[in-house]
Design a protein around this ligand. Structure first.
Ligand SMILES: *[C@@H]1O[C@H](CO)[C@@H](O)[C@H](O)[C@H]1NC(C)=O
Ligand SMILES: *[C@@H]1O[C@H](CO)[C@@H](O)[C@H](O)[C@H]1NC(C)=O
Length: 231
């Protein structure tokens, strides 16, 4: 008999004979494991792992609440889901707020206890991916166009809200030649165009960019290098 079948038997026995086992211990072993948020560019996704000793397709129920609320709210799109993740971006859309989520395993006959996530603050915990970079070469040097990644949020009129709108960003630009760093530029996250002058003519330079979160002192991953030859 598998351990899961054993637990389910224990639970069904419990109904008749409550002293046999601590009900709570059994329900805890059926709970999803390692429930936590992962967040990139404010896409806030709750992840979890299957309960121990199980490997079949189980169903999960997800709820969330704002820190301080008494009531939990069902996450409509993740009721009875068989996925091991649930995108809660729309439920956790206030960047400075603190959130909790919890997940329950549903077996055919019984539901587990709720497995609680750590407290989650989107602004503090999200990572910001590299801005998109476009290069053009002119007589003055290399013109760089930067575009920060979009967040999953939209304004009422439908336009996408940029990650730089949600928190203070800085971009770092790394300029290399033959693999040797020539220069690093730091610009505010609102800068969309800049000119890199004082470069050698007919020389190939490569640029990479990353976003830096000022409040957290953290940087996201760097973009792939893009190379261009000056005039
Ligand atoms: C949440 O979903 C459960 C079913 O999983 C249902 O019994 C309950 O009434 C729902 N709660 C609310 C507040 O809608
Ligand atoms: C700038 O470069 C891009 C390719 O990186 C090109 O599509 C675009 O036409 C160029 N713009 C100008 C004004 O030269």
């Amino acid at each position: 008999m598998g351990l899961l079948a054993f637990w389910l038997l224990c639970i069904s026995t419990l109904n008749k004979n409550p002293e046999v086992l601590g009900n709570e211990d059994v329900l805890r072993d059926l709970m999803p494991q390692q429930v936590r948020f992962h967040s990139l560019d404010y896409r806030n996704v709750l992840h979890w792992k299957t309960p121990p000793y199980t490997n079949q397709n189980l169903k999960y129920f997800v709820q969330y609440k704002v820190y301080g609320d008494r009531q939990w709210t069902n996450v409509t799109q993740c009721q009875g889901t068989s996925q091991l993740s649930c995108d809660l971006s729309q439920q956790t859309s206030e960047p400075r707020e603190w959130y909790y989520a919890r997940v329950q395993t549903a077996f055919p006959e019984v539901r587990s206890g709720w497995a609680l996530s750590p407290r989650f603050n989107p602004q503090w915990e999200t990572s910001v991916s590299a801005p998109s970079v476009q290069l053009n070469v002119t007589e003055q040097g290399i013109k760089v166009r930067l575009r920060p990644p979009p967040s999953p949020y939209r304004r009422r009129q439908g336009s996408v809200i940029s990650t730089r709108k949600l928190q203070k960003l800085m971009f770092r630009i790394f300029i290399t030649h033959n693999g040797v760093l020539q220069e690093t530029r730091e610009v505010d996250g609102w800068v969309t165009k800049l000119l890199i002058g004082d470069l050698n003519p007919r020389t190939t330079y490569c640029l990479q960019a990353e976003a830096h979160l000022l409040r957290q002192g953290r940087s996201g991953t760097r973009s792939n290098p893009i190379c261009i030859t000056t005039l």
